[in-house]
Design a protein around this ligand. Structure first.
Ligand code: COA
Length: 184
């Protein structure tokens, strides 16, 4: 993949996608400060904790996480991360998460980031991509990934709790990957 990559969003807003770099810590902290707590709740780790953020940068350095940022001028407006196991029974499966600033949502940025994560996963020879999404909360994302041939693999009823303590279903969305886009 060639970076930096320019992309045009709805209303002709321009953004640049590039890999996360070691010096991006302050940019990332500013980004997550603008993400609502109700969205961060579903991230599985507390990105507001400096130690967790540090471990994340270490994981990127080690290669167990591939992370790409979307920037508009000097501000991070979106992030996509691909998590790789690297060993064992699920080493052929990558997991991912995309987060976009609220004011940049529904402008196609999530789609640009998803396309790049799919390509990164294919480049690493992964066979499947997995996203765990919460029904009733992340329905927009569930709908969006289906347009890219993700399908509902399993549903864990009343498995997660939202920020108010209410139980919600966790939907495991899977996409099978091919060596080339043309193999579809
Ligand atoms: C999910 C998320 C990443 C989508 O990013 P985005 O930049 O808004 O996505 P896009 O503009 O590319 O939208 C792509 C598709 O998503 C769907 N979509 C996005 N937001 C939606 C919403 N609120 N309701 C319904 N559908 C929605 C639409 O189908 C849209 O396709 P269309 O443009 O053809 O109508 C963003 O809303 C976000 O950061 N949410 C909080 C975190 C989260 O839920 N992450 C999902 C984990 S992968």
């Amino acid at each position: 993949m060639r970076y930096p990559k320019e992309c045009v969003l709805k209303e002709c807003v321009e953004a640049v996608i590039r890999p996360l770099e070691p010096g991006d810590r302050a940019l990332m902290e500013a980004f997550y400060n603008r993400i609502p707590e109700s969205d961060r709740w579903f991230m599985n780790y507390d990105v507001m904790d400096p130690a967790i953020m540090g471990r994340w940068f270490d994981a990127v350095e080690k290669g167990s996480v591939c992370s790409i940022l979307a920037l508009c001028e000097e501000t991070v407006v979106g992030q996509g991360s691909l998590y790789l196991r690297g060993f064992g029974a699920t080493s052929h499966v990558g997991r991912f998460r995309i987060v976009v600033l609220p004011e940049f949502r529904q402008m196609r940025l999530g789609t640009w980031l998803l396309l790049d994560l799919i390509q990164l996963a294919m480049d690493r020879g992964l066979e499947m991509l997995r996203a765990d999404l919460v029904a009733g909360v992340e329905d927009g994302a569930i709908e969006a990934v289906q347009k890219f041939d993700f399908f509902k693999f399993a549903e864990l009823k009343n498995y997660v709790k939202d920020i108010h303590g209410n139980r919600q279903d966790l939907v495991i969305m899977i996409k099978r990957l091919h060596k080339e886009w043309s193999d579809f």
